[in-house]
Design a protein around this ligand. Structure first.
Ligand SMILES: Nc1nc2c(ncn2[C@@H]2O[C@H](COP(=O)(O)OP(=O)(O)O)[C@@H](O)[C@H]2O)c(=O)[nH]1
Ligand SMILES: [Mg+2]
Ligand SMILES: [Zn+2]
Length: 217
């Protein structure tokens, strides 16, 4: 019983900090986007594509990387001219509002879009409000078309779904109708299909997601 109470207190404190974050992003004219999904779902690849698309529309973006112990992904973004900070989660299975606040402060970014790459996990990131404006889950085709039926809290938490690695649909026998049926059962969030194996320049799903994100400004 005491453990349940501690968890509730922890989440209450998180929600309070998330509200402060929300005010801060608004003041800085930042659209904060939380990208969640299983390990290997294509989160980093998608964020890279979204930052490229934003750049082509003259919108600045930055990245808070929370997925790894190392700084491999943050280095990749910085080399590409996109400001990025790495949060070393030390094995934690989610990010919380306080850790995002410190990552955001060290970014020193205003006027644009900031992407958070959450820890690869389809469960508890859906319990921690980060003060973000947009929540997106990456679901990759090789994970199977039944995921919205199985991970209801995550799929009902998000504003949009990126169905990634659609180039692999035939190879793995992915049933798109079943996936959409699962989504329709839990959430009205739109599903954007992406195939980024051969680059992202003309991917309609990436363009659709960027339109969706910029509508929030
Ligand atoms: N076939 C295919 N592979 C992809 C696609 N997007 C990402 N990948 C591959 O999937 C693996 C994991 O991608 P990554 O972006 O690192 O996933 P993360 O762990 O969620 O950040 C990498 O080998 C990517 O090259 C895609 O659209 N199609
Ligand atoms: Mg990654
Ligand atoms: Zn967790």
């Amino acid at each position: 019983m005491s453990e349940v109470i501690i968890m509730k207190e922890l989440l209450g404190e998180n929600t309070r900090i998330a509200e402060e974050n929300r005010d801060l992003y608004k003041k800085d004219k930042v659209i904060m986007v939380n990208i969640m999904g299983a390990p290997g779902a294509g989160k980093t690849t998608l964020i890279k594509a979204l930052t490229d698309e934003l750049k082509s529309r003259s919108v600045e973006s930055a990245v808070i990387e929370g997925d790894l112990f190392s700084s491999i992904d943050a280095d990749k973004f910085n080399d590409n001219g996109v400001k990025s900070v790495e949060i070393n989660t030390c094995g934690e299975c989610h990010l919380d509002a306080a850790v995002i606040k410190s990552g955001y402060d060290s970014l020193g970014f205003k006027n644009g879009v900031v992407f958070i790459e959450n820890v690869g996990n389809l469960i508890c990131p859906a319990e921690f409000d980060l003060g973000e404006e947009v929540r997106i889950v990456c679901a990759s085709v090789p994970e199977g078309d039944d995921k919205p039926f199985k991970y209801v809290p995550m799929f009902s938490y998000v504003d949009a779904v990126a169905l990634t690695k659609c180039d692999l649909k035939e190879a793995v026998g992915f049933d798109t109708d079943n996936f959409r049926k699962g989504m329709d059962a839990v959430n009205e969030a739109p599903v954007f299909e992406t195939s980024l194996k051969k680059g992202s320049a003309s991917d309609p799903g990436v363009k659709g997601l960027v339109d969706f994100i910029l509508k929030k400004s």
